[in-house]
Design a protein around this ligand. Structure first.
Ligand code: ZN
Ligand code: ZN
Length: 373
């Protein structure tokens, strides 16, 4: 490490270059806010940064993305952001993950980060990242912007088992908005276009600064234990800071409890059959809704004639409802997010579950089994 580079930081009494240098950050979403957070952490001298994004750069991203240039249009956001971060500070160990973080980030990987900064633009991805952080007890910072306000939420899962999570006070309207993407159950609507929130670099840069500053706070010897939410009005400068209260009915954290054990490998699912006092009616919760079967009520009138699919429902959209044989919209789909041990053995012959992980309670503990990729 070139210490001259960080000479000014060394004059700051609250700043520890050594702890920033040994930290590992993940930035999920490399759009407007992700760009700002990556730029800030790079200039602060972060040691390691992993950048996740499935998307590629479009020309309208250029008004809000400090790391992107006109010649980058069409390239993957994560790749370009990683290259530019490396230019800002060649000492950084930076990796780009092009794809959905849900597929790309293993639980081990999530657990390895000092802090994950969520810079996505939709509730569903935030909820999923919140789940990964809860399970692995990884610090999470969530960000949100519009054309005027900047919001940053801090969830110190590493330092406290009892802090509120992202879903603890999430309003019903968020779940309603999420459901608008789907037809019935968990099949995506064909050609659904999500309403985009207009933003400018002003709120993106303000949010990126607050997120990076709170990421540094997470590294301190005595980190915060309460979750907090900051809302800043970029017009007036007024800010509201509130403690996020834990909700005992939260769909995100209430089912996990204090003790979570992570087990590896799909074959372990078989082993669970042999645990004493596990009954065949006991259910696994699957991390992803599974499209179990389809049946056209015209062409396959008998319930027993259903076609077994057993794949992630997210791979399908509502076109599944239309029968390939008769062309009618008469296909019934069965989508489940929990499977009993007996069903797994009987119907699916103990096959590999098409999901990221499963959770189940046993002997007062919650077990998470991560499926092999
Ligand atoms: Zn919660
Ligand atoms: Zn049919």
């Amino acid at each position: 490490m070139n210490s001259d580079r960080y000479q000014r930081h060394s004059l700051i009494d609250w700043f520890s270059q050594a702890s920033v240098k040994t930290s590992r950050f993940a930035i999920v979403g490399c759009g407007a806010v992700g760009n700002e957070v990556a730029k800030n952490l790079a200039l602060l001298g972060a040691g390691h940064m992993d950048l996740y994004d499935f998307d590629s750069i479009e020309v309208h991203n250029l008004t809000r993305s400090v790391l992107f240039r006109e010649g980058d249009v069409g390239r993957f956001k994560a790749d370009v952001a990683a290259e530019r971060v490396k230019e800002l500070d060649p000492n950084i160990n930076v990796s780009a993950f092009v794809g959905d973080f849900w597929e790309e980030m293993s639980l081990d990987q999530a657990a390895s980060y000092s802090c994950i900064i969520c810079c996505v633009d939709n509730f569903e991805a935030r909820i999923r990242l919140n789940q990964l952080c809860l399970i692995t007890k990884t610090n999470l910072i969530n960000t949100g912007i519009d054309s005027r306000f900047s919001q940053v939420e801090v969830f110190p899962f590493k330092s406290s088992d009892d802090s509120a999570c992202y879903e603890c006070n999430l309003p019903n309207s968020a779940y309603e908005r999420m459901q608008q993407r789907y037809s019935c159950g968990w099949l995506k609507k064909i050609s659904f276009v999500e309403k985009k929130i207009p933003t400018t670099i002003i709120t993106s840069s303000l949010t990126g600064a607050l997120a990076a500053s709170n990421a540094l706070e997470m590294l301190k010897d005595v980190p915060r234990v309460e979750s907090k939410r900051m809302l800043v009005d970029s017009f007036s400068g007024k800010s509201t800071i509130s403690t996020v209260e834990k909700s005992c009915t939260c769909p995100g954290c209430s089912s996990l409890g204090l003790s979570v054990s992570i087990l590896k490998g799909g074959e372990l699912v078989q082993g669970v059959f042999n645990l004493p006092s596990m009954s065949s009616d006991d259910c696994f919760i699957t991390s992803d809704p599974i499209l179990v079967s389809t049946r056209c009520t015209h062409c396959q009138p008998s319930i027993g004639a259903a076609t077994i699919v057993f794949e992630k429902a997210s791979k399908y959209d509502s076109s599944v409802n239309t029968c390939e044989l008769c062309g009618e919209e008469s296909v019934e789909v069965v989508i489940r997010d929990s499977i009993s041990l007996s069903d797994l053995e009987r119907v699916f012959q103990g096959g590999k579950l098409p999901c990221k992980y499963i959770t189940f309670g046993y002997a007062g503990q919650v077990f998470v089994i991560e499926m092999e990729r």
